[in-house]
Design a protein around this ligand. Structure first.
Ligand code: ZN
Length: 182
């Protein structure tokens, strides 16, 4: 998700894939112990890329990897609270819904209100392979759901009406064309 955080970590930056890149529509696969080295190298670069954008979340699909890895930091930028979630899975969600304005680093400069469960509980593994759970509400809950969606090839525009989605994607196409021309 797009946001205002910015921190320097020194890890190499990765190019962010832009809609309609087909990797954004692919299902990412579970990380296994055999992927440990790759994930350990990937995560610092994902954080660096996310902060630089700047964004508050990034999923591996967005930088061309199909491992189930997301990074998130919804804290104020002077108090960074980075979390890397390996194999994240929503194990509970509230009936209550909440609407937040969302954006996406792969759909630059386009925003829309998206309604999702207000609270979620997510199970994941940390970088050491330890099983963890986190409960989230507010922006954190929306961000986790947005990023986990990416691992399943789902984008926030999929939640919009066909009309709103088409308007947004037309604006994106026009902006990208202007960017190329300019
Ligand atoms: Zn996104």
């Amino acid at each position: 998700m797009r946001g205002m955080s910015e921190t320097q970590t020194g890890a190499p930056l990765l190019p962010i894939l832009i809609y309609p890149d087909s990797v954004l529509r692919k299902q990412a696969r579970l990380v296994t112990p055999a992927d440990a080295d790759e994930v350990r190298a990937l995560v610092p670069s994902m954080f660096a890329t996310m902060y630089k954008a700047p964004g508050i979340g990034l999923a591996a699909n967005q930088i061309g990897s199909l491992l189930r890895v997301i990074v998130v930091d919804v804290a104020p930028k002077d108090q960074p609270a980075p979390i890397a979630l390996i194999n994240p899975e929503i194990i509970a969600k509230s009936d209550e819904l909440a609407t937040q304005e969302e954006g996406c680093l792969s759909i630059p400069d386009q925003y829309a209100e998206v309604t999702r469960p207000a609270r979620v509980k997510v199970r994941y593994q940390d970088l050491e392979g330890m099983k963890k759970e986190v409960e989230a509400d507010g922006l954190f809950a929306a961000c986790l759901q947005h990023e986990i969606d990416h691992l399943n090839g789902v984008l926030f525009v999929d939640y919009l009406s066909a009309l709103k989605r088409n308007i947004l994607l037309r604006k994106l196409a026009k902006a990208l064309k202007e960017r190329q021309a300019g």
